[in-house]
Design a protein around this ligand. Structure first.
Ligand SMILES: *[C@@H]1O[C@H](CO)[C@@H](O)[C@H](O)[C@H]1NC(C)=O
Length: 282
């Protein structure tokens, strides 16, 4: 997305020089130099099967999806409760966890415990929005900045890991974001770096993204993990895909029409949408 941001800056600069009255408002921006790439290692112990890359996302009105990776196959069981150490409930496999209280403490199959906070049922609600995360020291700084704010959920409209086919970097990204992504729901949609398609060799796009970052698309009547919607505290949030078909005959377009028609304007007084870049057809 760097090229697109640069384009925007050039347009603003041109406007500023053409229209003197703007020059007091438009400020130049000196892009700080790049910082080191990060590669967050896994725990070295090959015998350890500790969960890693833990992230959570909202599923329907009262459920949270918990996703993680382990080195070896192991039972997908999450034990959970509302205070640390008191795990009176458990869920296995793809079963969704039903949320009963605002703060849940949980652990994965007797492994280290995590805790998350569910979004409130009504306003005020705080979204954090960040895109083009990647995994450099700047990314870490952005994450630190987000973690200091009292946000309820994160919207990430595209470009997550910048793994660009290197699966190891998807893992590293999962470890880098775990401290935040295990505590608040992360609702993501895909950017161009998630496509990862190689003609003939690997023609199916978005395979790593779809496998690693599954979003609640079935729950919103969508047929694809690449576009979906959800409701939170009276807000209807639509996450669109700019890199999958969106013309008027496309499944995404038809789904969006149906989704908008279904919105209960009494219950959801606000709407918002996120997508990585404008959808323009030539
Ligand atoms: C991210 O920044 C924090 C705070 O400066 C630091 O403690 C942590 O080690 C950094 N993480 C990585 C992966 O560099």
């Amino acid at each position: 997305m760097a090229a697109k941001s640069l384009g925007l800056f050039l347009v603003l600069t041109l406007l500023a020089s053409a229209l003197p009255e703007f020059s007091g408002v438009v400020q130049g921006y000196n892009r700080p130099p790049a910082r080191k790439n990060l590669d967050v290692p896994s725990d070295d112990d090959p015998e350890s099967n500790s969960p890693e890359q833990v992230h959570i996302s909202l599923v329907g009105a009262d459920k949270m999806r918990v996703a993680w990776m382990t080195k070896n196959p192991s039972p997908a069981t999450v034990e959970y409760g509302t205070s640390p150490g008191a795990y009176s409930n458990s869920a296995t496999g793809t079963t969704n966890i039903i949320l009963l209280f605002i703060v849940q403490h949980w652990r994965i199959h007797a492994r280290p415990s995590f805790s998350f906070k569910t979004p409130p049922a009504a306003f005020p609600l705080t979204f954090a929005v960040a895109g083009d995360l990647g995994q450099t020291e700047w990314t870490n700084e952005t994450l630190q900045h987000i973690s200091r704010s009292p946000y309820d959920l994160l919207l990430l409209p595209g470009d997550l890991s910048y793994a660009d086919f290197n699966q190891h970097l998807w893992d590293s990204f999962g470890r880098l974001v775990q401290p935040l992504a295990s505590q608040r729901p992360w609702m993501v949609t895909e950017g161009n770096h998630e496509i990862e398609k190689i003609p003939v060799m690997h023609p199916e796009p978005f395979t790593a993204y779809n496998a690693r970052w599954r979003m609640p698309y079935e729950e919103s009547g969508s047929d694809s993990n690449l576009y979906y919607s959800f409701n939170v505290a009276g807000v209807h949030v639509i996450m669109l895909g700019s890199y999958t078909d969106f013309d008027p005959n496309s499944p995404q377009y038809k789904w969006l029409q149906a989704d908008l028609a279904k919105v209960d304007r009494g219950e959801n007084s606000l709407g918002c949408g996120a997508y990585p870049c404008p959808m323009v057809q030539f």
